[in-house]
Design a binder for this molecule. Structure first.
Ligand SMILES: [Zn+2]
Length: 457
């Protein structure tokens, strides 16, 4: 069997992949829950899900950590605009994201740490960086990382520190010693959520949380660190500087993997530009498999352009695969199909830096052979079993869209009806809705802001 090769952003070439230990330590940057997640997020998490599924298919054990940046300027702004506590707003978008990931058939991470739950680790790391001379506190109570103290700074993005000076912004009130320095800890402004620290009340900068969480849950060296290409600089560059300065261990990451951008009308889809297709909209309209096929038809490092026709095409392709994989075969003699040849081609494509387009082509060829054999009245197992297994490696559900997606809104509706019944004091029926949902694995929880629900397992 060939070996898996992955393109490493650090070395700028494809390298043979092997984990350092007996499990693959993988960290993927998670969302900042301040708004609905969009299809650009779906793309990134589908890609890293396929990487994880393929690693497991190849026999590796994977420990996958993905964070939630649940405190951030944008969350605070959003919460202020809504007149609600920041943590409630973050929690709501986290729950929504988790439900969407479930519908997209994304394998849950081993652990989802949150910045606000990791303050001791973060503060410990910042303190050690100050003690080692890599960081300094300003009069205002901010702490900055001293970029020039790290001679290798810029190695991931290929930037020179001096070129960062040009265009580096110093915000009013900032007292950086050097414009290239970046914040590890931000002193709280009046009215902002804050945590106690040796530098006064404040909150962590964005970059340090990923260094702290990856260290706590995976150790000093990760096998794989993933994220979008937009995170290479400054986020991942800063993570390297902090982590290597803190642990003294190099490299912080053995393989850096970055996915391309999703564009819409030639511009990156982003919340700030306002050109957003939410995951919810895409799921309702096309279903999970269509979205996955749309994403996997391109190479993960290439930019992908959102177009309705492409998603419609994905929907038709998903239906073809579903029928080929699930319809019963004929009663005749076994089909003359060699599923092992398909499996070999699939593995060859995926081993080549996750050539998912090639892997999908193998599935469609196999589907065509299955259909032809069925038309001839032949038995189509075990070719169909291979088709289902390989489709599963790409995370395809092979379910009819609408049979599961959108269940969340029906649960919302039931929760609403239950509250209506309670307000009319029809408690027995209200309780029966709750216990029937419980039997189906959905727990309702009454909070001062209304009823929330959670799916178990
Ligand atoms: Zn990160």
């Amino acid at each position: 069997m060939s070996s898996l090769r992955l393109y490493n952003t650090m070395s700028r070439r494809a390298e043979e992949f092997a984990p350092a230990g007996d499990e693959v330590k993988m960290y993927v940057c998670g969302i900042t829950p301040y708004d609905h997640s969009h299809i650009g997020h779906a793309m990134s998490y589908i890609i890293f899900d396929v990487l994880r599924r393929y690693l497991e298919f190849r026999g590796f054990k994977v420990r996958h950590v993905q964070n939630y940046t649940d405190i951030d300027d944008r969350i605070i702004m959003r919460a202020n605009a809504l007149g609600r506590p920041f943590d409630e707003v973050a929690e709501e978008y986290i729950q929504e994201y988790a439900e969407e990931m479930r519908e997209l058939n994304i394998t849950p991470a081993t652990i989802y740490p949150r910045a606000t739950h990791e303050m001791p680790t973060i503060i410990e790391m910042v303190q050690a960086l100050v003690e080692k001379g890599y960081a300094y506190r300003t009069e205002e109570g901010d702490v900055y990382f001293r970029v020039r103290k790290d001679p290798a700074y810029g190695k991931l993005s290929g930037r020179e520190v001096d070129s960062l000076m040009v265009g580096a912004r110093v915000e009013p009130g900032e007292r950086k010693q050097d414009p290239a320095d970046f914040a590890l800890w931000k002193a709280a402004k009046p009215g902002e959520p804050a945590w106690d620290s040796p530098w006064g009340p404040g909150r962590p900068g964005w970059h340090i949380e990923c260094s702290a969480m990856s260290y706590r849950y995976l150790g000093a060296t990760l096998d794989i660190h993933g994220g979008g290409q937009d995170l290479i600089f400054p986020h991942h560059e800063n993570e390297i500087a902090q982590s290597e300065a803190y642990t003294g261990v190099k490299p912080f990451v053995r393989y850096w993997l970055h996915n391309g951008w999703l564009t819409l009308d030639e511009e990156k889809m982003s919340k700030s530009l306002g050109n957003i297709i939410t995951i919810r909209e895409a799921l309702d309209k096309y279903g999970a498999d269509a979205i996955r096929i749309f994403v996997l038809t391109a190479h993960y490092r290439a930019p992908l352009t959102y177009a309705e026709e492409s998603l419609e095409g994905g929907k038709r392709a998903a239906e073809r695969l579903r029928l080929a994989a699930t319809l019963g075969g004929g009663e005749g003699p076994p089909a003359d199909i060699d599923p092992e040849a398909s499996r070999r081609r699939f593995v060859e494509a995926m081993d080549d830096d996750l050539n998912t387009a090639g892997a999908l082509a193998t599935l469609f060829d196999l589907a065509r052979e299955v259909n032809r054999a069925r038309d001839e009245g032949r038995a189509t197992e075990p070719a169909q079993a291979t088709l289902r297994q390989l489709a599963g490696v790409l995370g395809l559900t092979l379910r009819e869209p609408g049979t599961d997606e959108g269940a969340g809104r029906f649960i919302d509706l039931l929760a609403e009806l239950r509250n209506e019944l309670r307000s009319r004091k029809i408690f027995d029926v209200a309780d029966s809705i709750r216990s029937r949902l419980e039997e189906l694995g959905v727990s309702l929880e009454d909070t001062p802001d209304g009823t929330r629900w959670r799916r178990r397992g």
